[in-house]
Design a protein around this ligand. Structure first.
Ligand SMILES: C[S@@+](CC[C@H](N)C(=O)[O-])C[C@H]1O[C@@H](n2cnc3c(N)ncnc32)[C@H](O)[C@@H]1O
Length: 281
């Protein structure tokens, strides 16, 4: 009998569980979050989407991939605000595809957004190589339990000079051993509740850099503190639907940090000229 390899995608890809999770919970997400399923946001979520456009430098005429698109709330906003941008969007959830299609149709954006039910680990097979100016993940990257494979796939589908943009939550670090243990425990609860695999920032940066991406920045999204939504929506969601609900605030420690990462696939495919990336381009 053939033995499955320890690291085969069959044994460690969690995507089917994530699919079931979103098929079951998308209506609940919509009831609390609306069309943008992101915890870190501004009170007026459109301000955060404007910020995302600038941060990922999305431009008119580009072809981009929204990996983990939800019900296409962000893709619709981008298509309405960036002329002739072409967005391929994919989600693991069948229900989200159905809802996305209705939302896209309602806004007459069929010529700008195409949504596919797909596992984002399979994007090379689905879209082909060197297709996109940007691949972006808006609080979706951390669902992957195969982040190395996912970064490889992003590299392949990006055109030379293309941008990988990830906005997500990452495990907080503490130099206090007890505090770190508590952080790890609370992260575990979130992972179980949301079918997430909260990333370690250093691991992700190492993966991206070892692949050959040039790190452009890593930072906390720069929103005005008075406009920050304070994560009340995600707390409401957890309490209402009993997902990763915080039962006691005794010895609770905030377990995550939000960061955005921008990395460039070099346009120069020549190791001798790589130093040019550090000059003012
Ligand atoms: C928190 S929601 C964010 C949705 C969207 N980016 C937004 O801002 O509204 C996470 C999304 O990641 C998608 N996702 C998770 N794992 C995936 C996978 N393996 N392939 C494709 N999509 C995935 C889910 O289907 C869901 O749409």
């Amino acid at each position: 009998m053939t033995k499955l390899k320890e690291n085969s995608s069959y044994s460690i890809n969690n995507a089917e569980k994530v699919r079931a999770f979103y098929n079951q919970n998308t209506d609940n997400f919509i009831a609390v979050y609306g069309e943008i399923i992101q915890a870190f946001r501004t009170t007026n979520v459109n301000d955060f989407l404007d910020y995302t456009i600038k941060s990922n430098n999305l431009k008119s005429g580009e072809r981009v991939l929204d990996a983990g698109c939800g019900i296409c709330g962000p893709a619709i906003y981008f298509a309405q605000h960036i002329s002739s941008i072409q967005i391929e969007a994919c989600t693991i959830s069948d229900i989200q595809v159905e809802k996305s299609q209705v939302n896209i149709e309602k806004r007459n954006l069929n010529d700008q957004i195409n949504v596919t039910r797909a596992d984002y680990h399979d994007i090379v097979k689905i879209y082909g190589k060197e297709q996109f100016d940007s691949v972006y993940f808006l609080e979706s990257f951390g669902h992957s339990t195969q982040k190395n494979i996912l970064v490889d796939a992003c590299w392949d589908v990006l055109k030379p000079g293309g941008r990988l943009y990830i906005k997500d939550l990452f495990k907080r670090l503490s130099n206090d051993e007890w505090e770190q243990l508590r952080i790890n425990q609370i992260c575990k609860d979130i992972e179980v509740g949301y079918e997430y695999d909260i990333a370690d920032l250093s691991d992700v940066l190492n993966t991206i850099r070892s692949k050959g991406f040039i790190l452009s920045f890593v930072k906390v999204p720069e929103v005005d503190i008075t406009q920050f939504e304070q994560l009340t929506i995600s707390n409401d969601f957890q309490n209402l639907f009993n997902i990763a609900k915080i039962d006691s605030w005794d010895d609770y420690i905030f377990p995550i940090d939000f960061y955005e990462i921008l990395a460039i696939k070099p346009a120069i495919n020549n190791l001798e000229n790589m130093h040019l990336y550090f000059m003012n381009k």
